[in-house]
Design a protein around this ligand. Structure first.
Ligand code: SF4
Length: 385
């Protein structure tokens, strides 16, 4: 299957803003569940209410992917998660063969819960494994062990999940090519068919930032070395890179996430979630109380401006290993006439090994190489301006 073969129905993202505790590097919006005794029930009631209003507010919205991310969605329990899925399936007519993904942390699931979720319609699960090394997990402040990860994946497989994805982190304190290779071996020894590998980024307003943890981590060159080792190591182990940070076995791409990079519409529900709908981008404030008091989704969206511009399309599309296709670019932006200009600007970077390029106006393409992905922001900026 190629990326272009993906169906173009919209996606639905639901942000679950609860975690057992806050990890010291994390910038996602989440609050400790224990601090909100009644928060779980209030969140579930409000989220199902918002979903029921979607057909009036967003006529024609009929997604074929649903992604419950967070936060730690598994903390809602099987009953809570199925309430959301059943409401969305009924109201929005999500097809039974659509991609229905749940994010979960190892250590927050058991076999019985996973079997209930699978029987209820979830068909993809993504575990935040991060590393198979005890010292790296301790550095990240994670509460699970590699043994928890192995057990969780095994349970998901036995419960019948056909698609399992694992998250890994790169650029950790003390991480070397050897420890990374052990984490890669760990992941590929499981039934997972998809892996995401993200470089640790120290965000402001996190404990890691305040503690200046970047001084303990590999520098720019070390990070680049680990990233390229991950790309090569995963290719050797049968996982093909299809996006800057994403790899799949046997073409099992994450269909929901592909919608983000392909410029397909999606709606996001929950505090901190983003939407792209009818040519505009929106966000919901990162505030649980505000979310719980919202009259509806349209009543809480903040307008982030125009979406779907040529610049945005190129920035998103160049994240994919497949890159930008001349035919698709000309079809989407017929008056832009920019293909030749883009090729002219890209040529020096081809010679530097940062991208591959075929200038043919029909079958041509521009695609970043793994070395190009490492400097993608600067490189895409040079192609655009
Ligand atoms: S479990 Fe995930 S979302 Fe929650 S604090 Fe840790 S990294 Fe952030």
């Amino acid at each position: 299957m190629t990326v272009n073969a993906i169906r173009q129905r919209p996606g639905l993202y639901i942000h679950v803003p609860f975690c057992a505790a806050k990890c010291p590097y994390c910038d996602f919006y989440s609050v400790p569940l224990s601090a909100y005794a009644s928060g779980r029930e209030a969140y579930l009631t409000q989220t199902c209410r918002i979903i029921r209003h979607l057909p009036e507010e967003f006529p024609g919205f009929s997604p074929d992917t649903l992604y419950l991310g967070g936060g730690t969605p598994s903390l809602l329990g099987a009953e809570g998660l199925l309430r959301i899925l059943e409401t969305a399936s009924e109201v929005l007519r999500i097809p039974a063969d659509g991609e229905i993904t749940l994010e979960a942390n190892p250590g927050t699931v058991d076999f019985s819960m996973l079997r209930t979720l699978r029987q209820g319609g979830f068909n993809r699960i993504s575990f935040g494994v991060q590393s198979a090394e005890a010292s790296e997990l301790a550095f990240l402040g994670r509460r699970h062990t590699a043994g928890d990860s192995r057990q969780a994946v095994q349970w998901a497989w036995e419960a019948g999940f056909p698609h399992i994805s694992l998250d890994l982190m790169l650029g950790l304190a003390g991480q070397t090519r050897e420890t990374l290779a052990r984490s890669l071996d760990f992941c590929v020894s499981t039934p997972a068919d998809h892996l995401s590998a993200y470089l640790l980024k120290i965000e402001p307003n996190t404990p890691f930032f305040r503690r200046q943890v970047q001084n303990l981590c590999p520098g720019e060159d070390g990070q680049a070395d680990l990233y390229l080792a991950a790309v090569e190591g995963l290719e050797e182990r049968g996982f093909r890179q299809y996006e800057i940070s994403n790899f799949a076995r046997d073409g099992q791409y994450a269909l929901h996430n592909l919608k983000y990079w392909e410029g397909t519409e999606y709606l996001g529900i929950g505090p901190g979630a983003h939407s792209y709908w009818a040519g505009r981008r929106y966000s919901i404030p990162r505030d649980l109380k505000n979310y719980l008091a919202a009259p509806s989704l349209a009543g809480i969206l903040e307008d982030e401006g125009e979406g779907g511009t040529l610049e945005e399309y190129l920035m998103l599309r160049l994240r994919l290993a497949e890159g930008v296709r001349a035919s698709e670019l000309n079809r989407r932006y017929p008056s832009a006439g920019c293909w030749e200009e883009l090729c002219r600007k890209a040529l020096p970077f081809k010679q530097a090994g940062l991208l591959s390029l075929s200038p043919d106006p029909e079958g041509g393409f521009i695609a970043l190489t793994p070395r190009g992905f490492l400097v993608s922001n600067a490189l895409i900026g040079k192609l655009l301006f």
